[in-house]
Design a protein around this ligand. Sequence first.
Ligand code: 5GP
Length: 125
Amino acid sequence: MPIDATQPYDDNNIFARILRGELPSKTVYDDDYALAFHDINPQAPLHLLVIPKGAYVSWDDFSARASDAEIAGFVRAVGQVARDTGLVVPGYRLLANIGPDSHQEVPHLHVHIFAGQKLGPMLAR
Ligand code: 5GP
């Protein structure tokens, strides 16, 4: 079910549980500000998720409340993950869903990284 991006942070959402080590993930990157792991249901040959370590529901919440250090750390981590996985030359797509119209399902900010093939038009028409 799509979530309301203005809802309070739910400490028991799936990504909070992954951050606490209560659920497994195929981690590809971990630092003070971000964790990156493979999406459980990949929609491209490579489909990663990058999440901030802090408790933020969405990009809206994060951009309004996160510290400058958290924002810089998270944005740099997204770029680092793409570099580490060799995506800069072939190219990749970033996507973040925010709220019901976007069909955001997990109420912890996540940036999708899609890669590994020609990704086609940005949105289904
Ligand atoms: P959203 O629609 O919220 O932007 O994307 C949520 C993403 O989280 C989906 O692509 C979904 O496959 C992924 N996902 C949901 N549950 C899990 C999980 O337990 N582990 C991992 N690795 N990905 C998950």
